[in-house]
Design a protein around this ligand. Sequence first.
Ligand SMILES: [Zn+2]
Ligand SMILES: [Zn+2]
Length: 352
Amino acid sequence: MKAAVYQGKGRIALEERPRPVLQDDEVLIRVFAASICGTDLKVLRGGHFRVGENDTRVLGHELAGEIVAVGRHVGHWKKGQRVSAVPNIGCGHCEMCRRGLNNMCPDYEAFGIDIDGGFQQYMTVTAKALYGGNLFEIPAGMSYEEASLVEPLSCCFNAWKDLVVTPEDRVLILGTGPIAGLFLQLAKAYGARQVIVVGRRAERLAEIAPQGATDTVDSSRVDVVEEVLRLTGSRGVDVALTCAPAPELQVQAIACLARLGRVNFFSGLNKGTKVELDTNKVHYWGLKLLGSTGSSVEDYARALKLVETGKIRVTDVVTHRFGMAEAVDAFDHALSGKGLKTIIYPQEESLQ
Ligand SMILES: [Zn+2]
Ligand SMILES: [Zn+2]
């Protein structure tokens, strides 16, 4: 089989590998769609604390496929079932795992990080993943591509649920990547009265705005805080999300919040980055500063329903699709920052 393999900092190559050998307590899936995430690019650039600069790993944690073999000690799962997976597998016995927060487990393992992930034609679903409830059957009408994108949506949903957005709320989304696109759709689905998206490239703003924005702000041309205040009648926004790893966005988000405003710092910053915040505003205006990372099995289940019912059209954030022979090109493309989501179809030779 073919696999796109991370071979150390900055190197990814297509390899011919033997199909994974199935253990009695595992499931083997044929991967049909695997989406490239910012985290994959981060690993490739050599910046992930769980993947060393000299490690070898099949990346990819946003994936879907079909079960082709089932170990003899595995119950429930059958050959031919269409499945997708929650990537973070908890240890199962820590304080966080006991609360169902597999994404917060300090000893988690993850597909495409610690164990081989989706950018290969066949992938093993480990016993731990099966016991952790990390494997999901895909609803009948859902495509593999949609199912692969439930994962990033589930991370967005994890952030979203604590922001408690209502139809009275004005929402500010800072960033114009695929994650920003999913938040725009969530804001629309939850009926937010105003949804403002901020970006520094006009073409990206134009590309992403149709996903649910009522207003756009080009940060290369205007002052973000002044413009957001103007657009909200000097009131500010109730909810803000930072969706790019730029420290100034966090400062802008707080400056744009109205009284009792909530913010989620969704995008992580480079290690060691410190940001100076107006904590007096947090105090006097009763702000809520939130963060979130990854998604729990529960978040994933709920995101799957949002896609199944058509409330969120995840494929609207997909702009490029590649076959397996073009996997390296797919990464080059994603690294270039052009377009939104890039999907690899491991069973296709070429889609370009
Ligand atoms: Zn991801
Ligand atoms: Zn744990």
